[in-house]
Design a protein around this ligand. Structure first.
Ligand code: GLA
Length: 348
């Protein structure tokens, strides 16, 4: 079902699509491909919206920290907002100190996407597309991005990303849902239990740019190989946690890049019994513990969002890969098709 959600300042209409399948309900905006709400049942069948969002388009435009949005052209940071490819240096939109974050000041999260609903066998979904012109936010090449959101018969939310270019470029698309499995606005996620299939992570400098090192998680607060409450090691004073105000790091997934999505993370909320499982073809995941939420934003239920009231698990290539030849490559050339898949499932 499609409804008018609101209008941008220039009059552009923003629509909202409602989907439901296999017990999962989802609302998606044409602005930023934003997942405005995602509802799943708890252990007693009671539904809650488990993704942070807003009621009004103005709030997304004026103050959203990427709630539910598609991120491009480059998820996470590129150091000093520059990279060199084939001998040519490209200067990007700088929107995070001296760095470029999430595609720059006017990233894919702030673009209006074309949206086509579909039904395919037992699945329902939306095909979103956006063409980013050559030079947009400093990135070379015309990038044609297609993102498919599918709700499967068993209630999985699958994302298939695709992109092509007409000049060599870099690309790293992701989704920026803020999860709180007890319900958006219900309080902290510190009691949620998280498991991540990674024995290494990429430590960062003060600007959250990877140093290039792959550090073992063994014996550190970064060890989520066995499920543990997110809050357990959050206050240990580890220098990496102090610098980032919590977890805001890329875990180098043990499986690396895979042709098919493989399981990499399980998030469980003991209070509601809700569980999220993530499988991806990507080599990394940015786990962000909602450190910058400061109580100034208010959700649809009238509840404010404070530090640690949600977390993000952004499947991706590593941050700043264009400046780290040792990291898995994010280069896309004409004739190639960028393809990645991430599946979110919500086992009962
Ligand atoms: C990502 C980044 C964080 C922060 C959030 C949005 O998770 O890694 O540093 O910018 O997005 O606030």
């Amino acid at each position: 079902m499609k409804t008018l959600f609101g209008r941008l300042a220039d009059g552009t209409e923003i629509h909202r699509w409602s989907l439901e399948n296999g017990g999962t309900r989802m609302k998606v905006l044409s602005y930023g491909g934003i997942v405005q709400s995602l509802e799943i049942p708890d252990r007693d069948g009671r539904y809650a919206d488990v993704s942070l969002g807003f009621d009004r388009i103005e709030e997304y435009v004026d103050s959203s920290p990427y709630f539910g949005a598609l991120i491009g052209r480059y998820g996470n940071r590129i150091g000093k907002g520059a990279f060199t490819l084939d001998g040519e240096t490209h200067r990007l939109s700088v929107d995070d100190g001296e760095n470029s974050l999430h595609g720059g000041a006017e990233g894919f999260d702030r673009r209006v996407w074309e949206v086509e609903p579909f039904t395919e066998g037992p699945d329902v979904g939306l095909r979103l597309s956006y063409t980013s012109v050559d030079g947009e936010q400093g990135y070379p090449g015309t990038l044609r991005a297609k993102v498919t959101y599918t709700l499967t018969a068993r209630g999985d939310w699958r994302i298939d990303y695709e992109a092509t270019t007409d000049k060599a470029t870099v690309v790293n698309l992701t989704s920026h849902v803020y999860w709180n499995l007890a319900g958006a606005g219900s309080g902290t996620i510190e009691d949620h239990e998280l498991q991540l299939a990674a024995s290494h992570y990429t430590p960062t400098d003060a600007g959250l740019i990877p140093t290039g090192e792959l550090a073992p998680v063994e014996g550190t607060p970064f060890d989520f190989r066995e499920s543990k409450p997110i809050g357990r090691d959050l206050r240990t004073g580890h220098p990496q946690l102090l610098a980032a105000k919590g977890y805001d790091h890329n875990w180098a997934l043990d499986k690396g890049v895979t042709a098919e999505p493989e399981h990499i993370a399980t998030l469980h909320d003991p209070s509601s019994g809700r569980t999220l499982r993530i499988a991806t073809s990507e080599p990394g995941v940015q786990f962000y513990s909602g450190n910058f939420l400061d109580g100034t934003l208010v959700g649809p239920g009238g509840r404010s969002y404070r530090q640690g009231d949600a977390l993000c698990l952004e499947t991706q290539h590593y941050p700043d890969s264009p400046n780290h030849p040792s990291f898995p490559s994010t280069v896309l050339r004409p004739g190639e098709t960028y393809r990645t898949t991430t599946i979110h499932s919500f086992p009962a």
